[in-house]
Structure formats: structure tokens, C-alpha cells
Design a binder for this molecule. Sequence first.
Ligand code: HEC
Length: 239
Amino acid sequence: MKRILIFLSFLSVFGLVSAAGGGYSLDRANIDASDAESLQRGAKIFVDRCVSCHAAAFMRYNRLMDIGLSESQINQYFITDDSVKVGDTIKSAIRASDSKAMFGVVPPDLSVISRSRGADWLYTYLRTFYKDDAATTGWNNLLFPNVAMPNVFAQEQGVLQVVQSTNGTNGLTLSVETEGTLSADAFDNLMLDVTNYLVFMGEPAAEKRKQIGSLVIIFLILFAFMAWTVKREFWKDIH
Ligand code: HEC
């Protein structure tokens, strides 16, 4: 028992250390994968604001039906180009060679970015862009120093500047220089929607998988009970 306790306390200390992840303090993304409206808002922002640079090669438009959209809604609100069909994958509007010339890197495909980065990282990243005159795009990011991506939400979030701080990420923290069109809470909620959608894209069938999982567990419990009653019936006369 004692050994188990020692082992568990080691595990939790290790968990805390790895969660801290090299001095970055991540904000918790309180997303709800069953909130279809949040996912729909996130999907809309994704196609309107991210697809100009990023693709999602493993995501077909018609998978948006999994979050409660109809085929005609997808055609009407999510596909702007007539040559694109609902069964197509989400392609970027920009050619890889052009973005390489513009940003120095090709913006990565975002289909499964939530698998490698995790929701908290994405949520924090999207909210920690700050003004940096030394950067080519004019922007930098607390979580991703010298990032080649500009801040696409400067209008909504406002312009943030970086200040030295003892309790911020990497000894830095952000303060508002120019107010945006959204309040801080409304902007955070918008970024939760985007994060929710990025996580959905990472595994569109996740919700279904969990539902099936619960049904399977219920079935197994019922089956175990039936097997036990049958066994008792068979062995009754033998004992
Ligand atoms: C103007 C072009 C542009 C737009 C628009 C854009 N990005 Fe980016 N994004 C980039 C570039 C370029 C990079 C690569 C940054 C680097 O490697 O320094 C990047 C990197 C990222 C990364 C980090 C990937 C990694 O390496 O882990 C994420 C996440 C991301 N973008 C999400 C988004 C989301 C979400 C949107 C829409 C809200 C968006 N981006 C819109 C250009 C863009």
C-alpha cells in the first residue's frame, strides 16, 4: 500500500512538471465537444479566417454534417468557390510556393493539429499574439516565439503589447494597447469555439465513439449478468 502511495505521488509530481511544459503557462480550454452551436461557429471562423493560409487535407466539407449542418447550409455558408464540392477536402486558398515566399514557411495543415498541440495550447496560442515591430509580419506570439503567422484577430481582440513580468509566461505578460471590437470575455469565447472546432477536426467521430463506447459497456454489464445466471443454472445440479 505504502509503495503504491509513493508511486502515485511520483506520478502526480511528474504530471505537474510536464504540464508546466518548459515555463509556458497554458490557459485551460473549457471546450464542450457536444456543443454543436459552438462547433458551427468555430467551423465558420475556420473557413472564413484560416483557410486563406491553412488547409485541412483530412477534413471533407460534408463532415460538417456531423455537427448538425445540412448539405445546403454547408454549400451556402461554408463553400464560397463554385468549383468546390461538399465531398472535397478543405484546401488552402494560397499556393504553398506563395506562402513560402510570403512567410518563409508553408502554414501547416490544421486537420490534426489538435492531436499534436492539444486544446489548451491552441486556445492559449490564439490569444497571445502581440505587436512586435521587429517581426516581418509585425506580430509575435508568447507561446510560439518569432512565429511567422500574423495575428488574424487584431480587430476583434485589439492590439496587445508585451511587458516584463515575474509571473507571466517566460517572464512576459500581455497588456492591452488598443481595445478591440470584442470584450475580453467575448473574444475568449470566440477562441474557445475555434479551439473546439480544431479539436473536432482532429477526430470528427469522437462523440460517436464515446456514445458507442457507453452502449458497449452497458451491453457487457447486461451480458455478464446473463452469463452469470446461466452459469448458476447449469451448475445448480452438479454441486
Ligand atoms: C495570413 C496567413 C495565415 C492565416 C490567415 C492563419 N495562419 Fe496560422 N499560421 C500561418 C503561418 C505562416 C504559420 C507557421 C508559423 C511558423 O512556423 O512560424 C501558422 C501557424 C499556425 C499554427 C501553429 C502550428 C504549429 O506549428 O503547431 C496554428 C495552430 C495556426 N496557425 C492556426 C491558425 C488558425 C486557427 C487560423 C484561423 C483563425 C490561422 N492559423 C490563420 C499563417 C496563417
